[in-house]
Design a protein around this ligand. Sequence first.
Ligand SMILES: Cc1ncc(COP(=O)(O)O)c(C=O)c1O
Length: 385
Amino acid sequence: MTKGNFPVDKLKGIETPFYYYDMDLLKKTLKIVKEETKKYGFIQHYAVKANANRRILELIASEGFGADCVSGNEVKAAVNAGFPASKIVFAGVGKTDKEINLALDLNIFSFNVESLPELEVINELANKKGKLAQVALRINPNVDAHTHEYITTGLNENKFGFSLAHLDAVIETLQTLKSIKLIGIHFHIGSQIEEIKTFEPLCEKVNELQIYFEEKGIKLEHINLGGGLGIDYENPDAHLIPDFASYFEMFHKYLKLRDGQMAHFELGRSIVAQCGALVTRVVYVKQGEQKAFAIVDAGMTDLIRPALYQAYHKIENISSDLPVKKYDVVGPICESSDVFVKSYDLNETSRGDMLVLRSAGAYGEIMASQYNCRELPKPYYSDKI
Ligand SMILES: Cc1ncc(COP(=O)(O)O)c(C=O)c1O
C-alpha cells in the first residue's frame, strides 16, 4: 500500500522516528535547478547547513553543484562527499583559526568574510602559508526579507556581514592586506522568503554597490546572492518543486551584471525540504478536558523548527482513512514547547498509527539533538528500502 508518495507497507517495519527521503524528487529538483541556472550562466552552491546527510550531499555533488559551508566540519563533509574544493564558499561570523587553516589548505574557492578582524586573521594565516586567500565581502544590504525574525539576516541590526557604513574603511584596510584577493561581494538576506519580489530590492542594492566599487577602481568578478527561496509548507503536494524558473529569471531581469561577471547562489531549503519527511508513530492518544493529544515518538529533538520558530509542518496520518478529528500533536520531550501543531485535523488516530511530518528535508535531520538522551533519528531513502 502507498499513501501519497509513501510506501506504507515498506515503512511499517522500520523503527520510528526516522527521516524518509524521496530521492527521485530530489533528483527532479536538482535537474530543474541545473536547467534554470544554465539558462543564465548562474552558479549554484548548495547550502550544506540545510541538510548534510552524506547520501544527499553525494547526489548534489555528483550533479556538479558547488557547496556553501558555514563551519570547518561542513567544508570537510562537502569535500568528503565529492564537492571539489574549488567550488566551495565558506561563510560564518566566527570562523576559527583552525577552520580558516583547513580551508586554506584545501584551497577553497572563497571565504565569505563577515568582519574586519576576520579579514585580518585570514590575511595573517594565508601569509604564514605563503598563500593568497580569495575573499568575497559579505555585505549587509539592510534589505528586509519579510520572514521570521530568527531567519532574517540582512538588516542592520543582524550580526551578519559588513554594514554599508563601514565599507570605505574596509576597502582602505584591504589595500594593506597582501595575502588577500578580493574577488567579489556576498549577500544573504534571510530564509523561507516566499515572495520572489522580496529579492528585487536586493538586486537594486547590488546594482548601486557595483557602481560604488567601480568608482573605487575595484573590479568584482563574482556576485553572490546567497539563498533564501521559500517553499510551500502549507500544501507541499501543490509545489513539490519550488518555482526556480521565476526566481532565477527575476535575478536575470533586475541584476545588472558586468561583462564576464559571475552570479552565484546558495540555495539550501528550496533544494532539499520537500524531499524529506519525518516519520513517527502515535504512542498514546490522550483525552484532555477540552482536547485530544496525539502523543508521538518524535519530538523537538528530531525536528526543532516548530519549537524554535513556530514553523508549521503539514502532518498526515498514513495509517488511517477515518474521518478527521482535532488533535494537538505533541512529542515526548520534557519541554512545553515540544508541540508540533495544535488543534489540527488528522484522520482519526490510535496507538501505533504512522504519521508523517512533511517538508522536513531542510533544517530537520541536521538540527536533531540527543537531549533527554534520545537516539538520533536514522535516515532511510526511497531507492534503498
Ligand atoms: C550565508 C547563507 N547562505 C545560504 C543559506 C541558505 O538559505 P536557504 O536554506 O534559505 O536557501 C543560509 C541560511 O541561513 C545562509 O546563512
